[in-house]
Write a protein that binds this ligand. Structure first.
Ligand code: ADP
Ligand code: ZN
Length: 518
């Protein structure tokens, strides 16, 4: 049967290979083993039930919370020649009866239903007369109060499920928290079920965090190199959306806004224009994106800091669903951080604590100087197994700028040792540069063997080196006096057993620091 699945993949959907876990899930479903599938947005969940649906003799019911998405899916399946239908309140009575007739005649393989339609007595009667082989619950996290969009109707799915004792149950979601996972399995009574958790790493997304200076200029520069590519720009507020929208429009870009302040008709128009490629860019608040299935979104820009890692991940997840490279650029500034802090301070109790935790995790990601996939994956409970991804700003910078600073590190650290670990970064740099300042002469530090051996570097470079050594835990800073101490790890470097490699700070110190202090 698995062979048959591969054939359907190629012949019906036109894909050569399964994505991770798709084949395993399909094989379990075909064996009628209940399964819970956790895959990131864009991971390819749909095929996990669509292929079995084509192989089973009977019907596959798909419960989906979003009517707009349902319509999309059915239209897409129609294009692949897969007989699928939906029943919901948007259908005219004529279409509704026609769909019911088709179902009775066995002319559909997949039936998409909103949970409230499923609960209707008439629907349940109709379905009882049909052979149902698979009961699929899409967006299954809606069942859990711990999920981000709890839907009470989802709660009742467990009882309906009993109407189809021979059907296998397949629950799918992109929400990975263990709490939600347990809820799904418990509420749906998936006792012996198999759980599949796909990696949350979206390898084709290039992740970048950029210092926000002149956001409009920075975005225009970015867009300049990506003519005609589709992209989303997220902003913090409606006001910011409107402002950026008119700035970009003024610059001649093909762009529309999207936020909850626009009428529903306007929002739908703008969204559809984006999906149909009538326009290139959508500038939006977080209101945009739920249920959007546009495979070729080539970039997502965050004009402002996202609310938390989870929403950041959801938002960048809308890029590159076709598996081709997509660029995600986040503009990060200190004042954005303060803005979010301000909102958090308005909250109280548990809510405040949760918000603070979210902010901390986000800042950890933003300020991280190693591979960005590490903190991102860790947030979702997954350990990133590599040192570098080659697809984030830090990895790319690192490759280009990484240098060997062992010799300078030895000079700097032995100077710290010779002065009994009692001085700060600037003083050490001054000794190395051979400064004739009074304090050095009074202390007799011009007699040290390390005096004046660091003329090859500016003071600023030595300061940057001290920061690198702190980051690498070769030095510790006394929190009170600011004096630098060697850590145990420093010994190996001083002995020449370990090398020091890295990049010096990208932030520029003031030019004052750069002046030789003579
Ligand atoms: P999800 O529901 O997990 O967000 P989808 O099922 O909508 O993801 O799939 C995301 C995109 O990936 C779709 O454009 C889909 O056609 C494509 N896709 C799914 N499986 C494969 C595959 N095996 N090979 C290539 N593309 C695939
Ligand atoms: Zn990386």
């Amino acid at each position: 049967m698995v062979k048959e699945a591969k054939q359907v993949l190629q012949e019906t959907f036109g894909y050569n290979q399964f994505r991770p876990l798709q084949e395993e899930v399909i094989s379990k479903v075909l064996k009628k083993k209940d399964s819970l599938v956790i895959m990131p947005t864009g991971g390819g969940k749909s095929i996990c039930y669509q292929i079995p649906a084509l192989i089973f003799d009977g019907l596959t019911i798909v419960i989906s919370p979003l009517i707009s998405l349902m319509k999309d899916q059915v239209e897409q399946l129609d294009e692949y020649g897969v007989p699928a239908l939906f029943l919901n309140s948007t259908l005219t009575p004529e279409r509704y009866s026609e769909n019911v007739r088709k179902l009775k005649k066995g002319e559909a393989k997949l039936l998409y239903l909103a949970p409230e339609t499923l609960m209707m007595e008439s629907t349940r009667e109709l379905l009882k007369g049909l052979t149902v082989d698979c009961f699929t619950i899409d967006e299954a996290h809606c069942i859990s109060e711990w999920g981000h969009d709890f839907r009470p109707e989802y709660r009742q799915l467990a009882t309906v499920r009993k109407d189809f004792p021979d059907a296998v149950c397949l629950a799918l979601t992109a929400t990975a928290t263990p709490r939600v996972r347990d809820d799904i399995q418990q509420i749906l009574e998936m006792k012996d079920s198999e759980t599949f958790v796909a990696s949350f790493d979206r390898k084709n997304l290039l992740l970048q965090v950029v210092d926000k200076q002149e956001p409009l200029e920075q975005i225009l520069d970015f867009l300049y190199t990506r003519p005609k590519q589709s992209g989303i720009i997220y902003c913090f507020s409606r006001r910011q959306v409107n402002e950026l929208y008119s700035d970009l429009k003024h610059e001649g870009h093909s762009v529309r806004p999207y936020h909850a302040g626009l009428s529903e008709a306007q929002r739908t128009r703008n969204q559809e224009a984006f999906i149909r490629d009538d326009i290139q860019i959508i500038v939006a608040t977080i209101a945009f994106g739920m249920g959007i299935n546009k495979p070729d979104v080539r970039f997502v820009i965050h004009h402002d800091m996202p609310q938390n890692i989870e929403s950041y991940y959801q938002q960048i997840g809308r890029a590159g669903r076709d598996g081709l490279q997509a660029d995600c650029m986040l503009l990060y500034s200190y004042s954005d951080k303060q803005k979010i802090q301000y909102f958090i301070n308005q909250k109280e109790g548990e809510e405040k604590k949760v918000a603070e935790k979210h902010l901390d995790a986000l800042l950890h990601f933003l300020e991280y100087d190693g591979c960005r996939r590490k903190p991102l994956m860790e947030y979702f409970g997954e350990e990133y197994p590599h040192d570098e991804c080659g697809m984030c700003d830090n990895c790319l910078q690192y490759k280009d700028n990484m240098q060997n600073y062992t010799e300078q590190a030895q000079k700097y650290m032995s100077c710290i040792a010779r002065t009994d670990e009692t001085y700060g970064a600037y003083y050490i740099a001054d000794i190395l540069r051979g400064s004739k300042q009074k304090k050095i002469l009074e202390n007799g530090h011009d007699k040290l063997s390390t005096y004046g051996i660091g003329q090859e570097w500016t003071k600023n470079q030595w300061i940057q080196l001290s920061r690198l050594l702190l980051r690498k835990d070769l030095l510790k800073k006394d929190p009170e006096h600011g004096s630098l101490k060697l850590t145990a790890a420093a010994t190996a470097v001083l002995k020449g057993d370990e090398r020091v490699e890295g990049i010096l700070d990208r932030t520029q110190a003031t030019s004052d620091e750069d002046k030789p202090s003579r």
